[in-house]
Design a protein around this ligand. Structure first.
Ligand SMILES: [Zn+2]
Length: 281
């Protein structure tokens, strides 16, 4: 299975290096790191969708003005998953499956650009997004206009069966190859999950928003910029679960025998290294 790393959205919030740990000027750079997987029997599989064509054409009310301003989102047509799929020589209908880490506005924006895809996620996430019962934060993050036209949901609960490196896992998702697993990682949202993909050179875990900064994993002690620390605190629904899951991910990232490469959704350095085929450390 060939894995493409796509950036399907760019945010340039104020804060510079206090946010991304790298920028020299007043603006930081965050990406929406998605994966496009060419599978032998299941067509193209997209992991998360970033911002979509409709978000680019008319950002409001599909995204909230508060989040648009806070993140200083740069909507660009050429960064949508659809345009990048087309640039690789495929059509929208070649994307037969989308696996979502969660339904936040910066992950679900491109869903409706692939109307024939089945959309896989945890049941807890779909229920939380439909309930919108988390007050203001819930209504800013979940934007029903982005996903209410999805025709084909596939919802899962983690079984107590065979896990994955000590994590609960959803295996054998409908129509997907067995090398793609959903790994529930509650905390950022109620149904947040990572997506593990087994390639020819080992496992890649897309950890979604379970962490935000490259130095929160691959080192024994957590290091995170103050800006991203604040953002994670603002957006969490369950701090204890979030921090516990992040610690488990850190432990896994340091376990050389597991050999799991780990990425999150928004770190620009991780994205650039993956896109260049470079090691993550
Ligand atoms: Zn996000």
């Amino acid at each position: 299975m060939k894995i493409h790393h796509l950036n399907c959205g760019t945010d340039c919030p104020f804060g510079g290096h206090l946010m991304d740990g790298r920028s020299k000027g007043p603006l930081a750079r965050l990406v929406c790191h998605c994966l496009l997987i060419e599978t032998p029997g299941s067509g193209l599989v997209l992991i998360d969708t970033g911002y979509g064509m409709k978000d680019v054409r008319r950002p409001h009310p599909r995204t909230s003005r508060l989040m648009h301003g806070l993140l200083n989102i740069r909507f660009r047509e050429e960064e949508t998953a659809l345009r990048q799929v087309e640039a690789l020589g495929y059509r929208a209908r070649d994307v037969r499956h989308i696996v979502l880490t969660h339904l936040d506005f910066d992950h679900a924006g491109g869903l409706e650009d692939f109307p024939e895809a089945q959309v896989h996620l945890t049941r807890a996430e779909l229920e939380a997004a439909r309930r919108l019962d988390g007050g203001v934060a819930s209504r800013k993050r979940y934007r029903p206009m982005q996903f209410d036209a999805v025709r084909s949901w596939r919802e899962y609960e983690a079984s107590a069966g065979e896990g994955w490196f000590g994590f609960e896992a959803v295996r054998d998702m409908e129509g997907l190859p067995p090398e793609i697993l959903l790994i529930p990682l509650k905390g950022h949202t109620w149904g947040h999950a990572g997506v593990a993909v087994q390639g020819s050179d080992g496992w890649l875990l897309h950890a979604g928003d379970a962490y935000f900064h490259r130095d929160e994993v691959r080192r024994p002690e957590r290091r995170c910029t103050p800006g991203l620390r604040l953002y994670q605190n603002l957006m969490e629904v369950d701090r204890a679960s979030r921090l516990a899951n992040q610690q488990r991910l850190r432990d896994l990232s340091l376990d050389a025998s597991a050999g799991v490469r780990m990425i999150c959704a928004h770190d620009v350095v991780e994205y650039e290294r993956c896109a260049a085929g470079a090691p993550l450390v």
